[in-house]
Design a protein around this ligand. Structure first.
Ligand code: ZN
Ligand code: FE
Length: 257
């Protein structure tokens, strides 16, 4: 299996759009094109021909560039089968557990509803890369616009089970404000304190905090820790059902200032 070359493009106020190139075939995907200009220009600068769009979910800041990019390049749009009517220009519908062959690379599709009811993630195991849209963020998770706590907790638990070295290519740079909330709920987590300092240094230098690794998220992300005794004790919910602990944590974040 071929390893991907991945380029991160910051757009709008806090979105990341990714270019992923598979070097054997030369296939190039734009993951969640929020916009048209920047990813097209970056691909052109590199002499890369866009062959695919990979969408994780239907929100405008993830599919906004679909139709214009397809019109300009003739690319193939891949997206969640469960949300086919909300993905503009969708050509290939993919569902949980399916393999999507992208040139000589292969993604396993994971159905991870909660932020939206059709949300998927693309796991390129041979590249240790996960494109997870707005489901899992560095030190955070997406809001549950169309899902329930048990659903979102199940989705996040499945992502947590990926190898520790998996890089999380999420779609937003929310990490610094996520860190403030994480420290608020679990101030005694030494790894979190240290990570938060590294995040502040990166942001002060104008650098991205994404991608992060599954391993560090497991140790520090409050939304992946709802079943752990140390975390449950920290928020005063020892011994409670994990999805309820997760749900309460998410509620507190929704109103945290
Ligand atoms: Zn979204
Ligand atoms: Fe988004």
């Amino acid at each position: 299996m071929s390893a991907l070359e991945i380029v991160q493009i910051p757009v709008l106020s806090d979105n990341y759009v990714y270019l992923a190139r598979e070097p054997v075939s030369g296939a190039v995907a734009i993951v969640d094109p929020a916009v048209v200009e920047e990813p097209m220009a970056e691909a052109a600068r590199r002499g890369w021909k866009i062959t695919h769009i990979l969408n994780t979910h239907h929100h405008g800041d993830h599919v906004g560039g679909n139709m214009a990019i397809k019109a300009a390049t003739g690319c193939t749009i891949v997206g969640p089968k469960a949300d086919r009517e909300r993905i503009p220009g969708i050509d290939i519908e993919v569902d949980d557990g399916e393999a999507f062959d992208f040139g000589a690379a292969r993604a396993t599709v994971m159905f991870v509803p909660g932020h939206t009811r059709g949300h998927i993630a693309y796991h390129f195991a041979a590249s240790d890369a996960l494109f997870c849209g707005d489901t899992l963020f560095a030190l955070g998770c997406g809001r549950m616009f169309e899902g329930t706590p048990p659903q979102m907790w199940n989705s996040l638990s499945r992502l947590r089970a990926l190898p520790d070295a998996t890089r999380i290519y999420c779609a937003h740079e929310y990490t610094q404000s996520n860190a403030r909330f994480a420290l608020h709920v679990e101030p005694g987590n030494a790894e979190l304190v240290a990570r938060s300092a590294r995040i502040d240094a990166l942001r002060a230098a104008g650098k991205p905090t994404v991608p992060s690794l599954i391993g560090e998220e497991k140790a520090t992300n409050p939304f992946l820790r709802a079943d752990l005794p140390a975390f449950q004790a920290a928020i005063g919910m020892s011994g409670q059902v994990p999805h309820e602990v997760f749900g309460e944590t998410r509620r507190r974040k929704d109103t945290f200032r």
